[in-house]
Design a binder for this molecule. Structure first.
Ligand SMILES: [Fe+2]
Length: 305
């Protein structure tokens, strides 16, 4: 982890190749078609696959606000399939987050699946920062970050499958974060300095919120890139966030996820720890009815905090 941490501090990003085993990712096939299936038009069984836009010029940079169709193919947590849901609390992933953020008291604030296919959309973006939707403030860049963004690769990502382009922090430290995007015409040196990280399925790309980066078009014939966006933050940072997990609470997949999770894992989603005064006898009785199968023993037996 030392060499990754050095790159995090200097460049603001790194890739850990093959952090997660391939076997854990099989249920993904039920959600998304492969690149070959997509190219052959075999998408009927996969309603989340982005519809192919009519053929037109590709490679034109557009901002997400001008081209929201770039987000087709995204599915928010929780997913139908608990192996994918469990990746949000995978100890090898949360350990990376807690090491970088300097605390084990973390919250997950983004968990989304995303699939892109060659030729499906115009995916080219300008270099940008993500803070427009991840914080009410702007990112810190000269002291320890309170949030970390990750892409967990769920397919092999070759150079033709559009690995995200990133600019090392050493070149952008003095840049204003406003506006949150810069175009090739005004900042050609940043575009020339872009790096990217192809990697095998199960790899984890990690980057800081002050890192300029962008999506590009897939060029590999019959190509697909499928990944999970995972973002974590230090607890008690109300200005950081993206998704609300409270509004999912009626989803059966969420209820199954909760029933299979430990108190520590649920703390990542905002459950107070056992012993917290949010719990009393009535709340614990309600929890065991709301989440059938949840072992409330750890909450019931905890001394008052
Ligand atoms: Fe982004």
């Amino acid at each position: 982890m030392d060499e990754y941490q050095r790159s995090w501090e200097e460049n603001g990003f790194f890739l850990i190749p093959g952090l997660i085993e391939k076997e854990e990712l099989e249920e993904l096939r039920r959600l998304y078609p492969s690149g070959v299936e997509y190219a052959a038009g075999r998408t009927d069984a996969h309603p989340h696959a982005p519809k192919r836009l009519p053929d037109g010029p590709r490679g034109k940079q557009t901002l997400f606000t001008q081209n929201p169709s770039q987000f087709a193919g995204q599915i928010d947590f929780p997913w139908t399939g608990q192996a994918l849901n469990r990746l949000t609390v995978h100890p090898r992933i949360t350990e990376v987050a807690s090491t970088l953020l300097g605390t084990a008291d973390l919250r997950i604030y983004q968990a989304q699946l995303w699939a892109k296919y060659t030729g499906a959309r115009d995916y080219e973006q300008p270099l940008h920062l993500d803070y427009s939707s991840h914080t009410l403030l702007v990112p810190k860049k000269k002291s320890r970050s309170q949030q970390v963004e990750m892409f967990l690769y769920l397919t092999d990502v070759t150079q033709g499958c559009a690995p995200t382009r990133l600019v090392p922090r050493t070149l952008t430290r003095e840049m204003s974060p406003v506006p949150y995007h810069v175009w090739r015409g005004t900042h050609p040196e940043l575009y020339r300095a872009e790096v990217s990280f192809p990697g095998p399925v199960g790899s984890l790309l990690v980057y800081a919120p002050d890192i300029w980066h962008r999506a590009v078009d897939l060029t590999e014939p019959e190509g697909a890139r499928i990944w999970m966006n995972l973002s974590y933050k230090v607890a008690s940072t109300d200005w950081l966030g993206l998704q609300s997990f409270q509004r999912l609470a009626m989803a059966p997949d969420w209820q199954r996820f909760v029933a299979a999770s430990t108190p520590r894992e649920l703390e990542l989603f905002g459950f107070p720890p056992p012993g917290h005064n949010a719990y009393d006898e009535d709340v614990l009785a309600g929890l065991s009815r709301r989440y059938p199968g949840l072992d409330i023993g750890p909450w019931r037996d905890a001394p008052d905090a």
